[in-house]
Design a protein. Sequence first.
Length: 333
Amino acid sequence: MTPTTLDDWTDLDARHRPELLGYCYRMLGSAADADEAVQETMLRAWRGRDGFTGAATPRVWLFRIATNVCLDQLRRRPRREHPVDVTAAGDASSPLGLPEPARWVGPAPDRWLLPPGADPAETVVRRESVRLAFVAALHTLSAPQRATLILRDVLKFSAEETAGFLGITVAAANGLLRRARGRLAGRPVPAAGLTDAQRALLARFVDAFERYDVPALTALLHEDATLAMPPYGLWLAGRAEISRWFLREDSPCRASRLVPIEANGSPAFAIYHDEGGLRAFAVLVVEVAGDRVAALEAHLEPRLFGLFGLPAELAVAQSPWGSEALTAATTWS
């Protein structure tokens, strides 16, 4: 289909935007940057629509443009990182320091990353490819290696198509793929889904957090659990240090309400802070391992709420989710 009319274009955008968002997010490590990249992709495609001959499918055509857009962005911006990978752990008395929003990998909504109705085996692969830790690992690769790995192993483009996206030979694309796979080999693979016991664990976590019962909350953590707080580089290691952090007198997490969301194939919550009204505060991504919480990553960026389709303020005076409702309402798998 050559997109010559507005109706054609609307259909093309609707069919391919979610997958493009997931690709650009993996490449760029930021939901906001991915949204910007897809907007630019569609703009370039519209401007160049007369050059679309139908020799390739619209999907291939759009992904070729998106690859160029992402590579252009990556030439201008530093690669994103994970605080726990590149800085030493702090302690509960440490200041947060200066925010560095362009430095850290951020979360993205599952509706961008895990298309509904996909084959279960494909969904497992895609889920692992969007965990925050894995996205951070992707960003240790060069941009061409990253693109090749995502295009081949996640999106299942052929070697010939991938080489065409990057403007290189098939042999060179295969070499990039081998090196990328080698760099990421041996990484631990998290469990594919949550058990009923882990869902119950999350319900207890929400209950303790909203009551701000710090002993009950931290009892649900692994002894060596971590807490990171992008866009700040400070992170904490160990249950005891995390407990001290939550017990600070000026903790903004007191009187918070949590709304379950889905981010990066992981359980996550939108935290609303009560400031005379429940206002957007942070997106909290939770990693569960066994019967405890292994990692907390609180992204202190209220602007993320819009990308998750959430309001900046809740009109209710208390949490919309009791523990029973939480277990039933979430669709984490």
